[in-house]
Design a protein around this ligand. Structure first.
Ligand code: EPZ
Length: 426
């Protein structure tokens, strides 16, 4: 059984590159299934969600392979329209193949998606969008199936600016005759990246505020595209540096996509400067409470940064109130953070953090991707050794997390331990 072993206490110093965005490359890979050609994607992160998505593309008949940091997808041989549970159940973004296959094949049957356990995570808004375009959709206990004789452009009014439902609507609209308008569309930067990829493949897509307009019916060709930097990975390393103190430079990133996180870290006393595609954080690890934090759809404070900012603030001077407005169960990391000696409590969607003078090492278990990253940050600034199980959650979304932290001076490494030892200590 692989775990992470961390010895905390050292400041972080040095320079590392940020990888391509997980939440951009995954929808773009699904979009490759709508393109009748070969697409080459650069700056792709080496994470298990990407590997799983490549397997989905292969099971649909595409040629999909990694070549260094690039992915090559040839969708000219795509012939399938079903994604079985052993693939779909591993990640949330498998649901995007509903829209992609509907556009390309006129039908799709996808096992219900997996992904981080952050609440119910239904797909009703995805279904609403596909039905608005003329698809017949049936959702069973294990599968969602949709088909359409002809998909017609329409107006989709999303009651909530769902990221995935917006992406699925865009993909399905590509197969429609006529124009589709998505109202109250999500505005996350990753959706902008998807739209830029599709435009490069020949799609005609306009966006203005929360409205996206897609001209359907145009055949899409393969293209070459470079995926945007991962803003949540960027936030993760900034929070690790803020918590431990030090002087860290992140290369190949873009601070403009995570301004609310930069505001919070600056308010807590960190010095952050941006120069071109690098971000530099200097701090002494002594942070003050930055003020209340409430997650919101973009451009608000990102829900994916909630756990990692909470971990950075565990030794703050003062109290910070967190409100999680996006997911109904996104505080699973709190019970594990308390094992380090953190003073965090929560009720419903509200959490309260009172800074403590010091944290001690602990044996903890990651339950989801960003919660797992929060445990790593806590362990890096705790006194003594910590062990973190559940690393498979971290490997889903972070490309060489331990390796990058080692470059910064973090004492962190993967360790194999017998299964029985794990359960005796965690
Ligand atoms: C995407 O998930 C991201 N995942 C998530 O990142 C991110 O937290 C989330 O957007 C919000 O920004 C990927 O892009 C692969 P939503 P998604 O649809 O699309 C409810 C990470 O850590 N909802 O915007 O699933 C839903 O339950 C991951 O990288 C419905 O009720 O997010 C949630 O409460 C975690 N019905 C809220 O909307 C629906 O049909 C936001 O979900 C769809 C969503």
């Amino acid at each position: 059984m692989q775990i992470l072993s961390v010895r905390g206490g050292a400041p972080l110093r040095g320079s590392i590159p940020v990888s391509g965005a997980k939440n951009s490359v995954l929808p773009i890979l699904a979009a490759c299934a709508v393109c009748r050609g070969v697409s080459v994607l650069h700056n792709c992160p080496d994470i298990s969600d990407v590997g799983d998505t490549l397997e989905i593309l292969r099971c649909l008949g595409c040629r999909a392979e990694k070549r260094g940091g690039a992915l090559i997808v040839d969708a000219r041989t795509l012939c399938g329209w079903q994604v079985p549970a052993q693939y779909a159940g591993r990640l949330r973004s498998s649901v995007l193949f509903l829209g992609a296959l509907l556009a390309h094949m006129g039908r799709a049957r996808i096992a219900l998606p997996g992904g981080c356990p952050l609440g119910k995570r239904p797909i009703d808004l995805h279904i609403l969008a596909l039905q608005a375009l003329g698809a017949q959709v049936a959702v069973g206990q294990h599968f969602a199936e949709c088909r359409a004789e002809t998909l017609h452009g329409g107006r989709i009014r999303l009651p909530f600016a769902s990221v995935g439902a917006t992406e699925n609507a865009i993909l399905a609209a590509l197969g429609c005759e006529g124009t589709t308008v998505i109202e109250n569309a999500a505005r996350e930067p990753e959706i902008g990246d998807l739209i830029r990829f599709l435009r490069a493949a020949g799609a005609q897509i306009g966006e203005c505020g929360g409205e996206i307009t897609i001209q359907g019916g145009a055949p899409l060709h393969g293209t070459t595209y470079t995926v945007m930097p991962d803003r949540i990975e960027t936030a993760t390393y900034l929070c690790a540096a803020a918590a431990c103190g030090g002087d860290v430079t992140l290369r190949m990133t873009d601070g403009r996509t995570l301004l609310p996180v930069l505001d919070v870290l600056r308010a807590s006393g960190c010095e952050i400067t941006q120069s071109g595609d690098t971000l530099r954080l200097c701090g002494d690890g002594s942070l003050r409470a930055p003020g209340a934090i409430e997650t919101a759809p973009y451009p608000g404070f990102p829900t994916d940064a909630q756990a990692i900012v909470m971990a950075a603030l565990l030794r703050e001077r003062g109290r910070t109130e967190f409100t999680e407005t996006i997911f109904e169960n996104r505080f699973r990391h709190i019970a594990e953070l308390r094992k380090f000696g953190a003073a965090v409590t929560f009720s419903g969607r509200r959490a309260q953090l009172d800074g403590v003078a010091a944290l001690h090492g602990a044996n903890v278990r990651a339950e989801d991707l960003r919660g797992g990253a929060a445990l790593v940050i806590a362990a890096l600034c705790a006194d003594g050794e910590s062990r973190i199980a559940g690393v498979k959650h971290i490997l889903r979304g972070y490309d060489t997390l331990a390796g990058k932290l080692q470059i910064l001076g973090g004492d962190i490494k993967y360790v194999e331990i017998p299964e029985e030892m794990l359960y005796n200590t965690l």
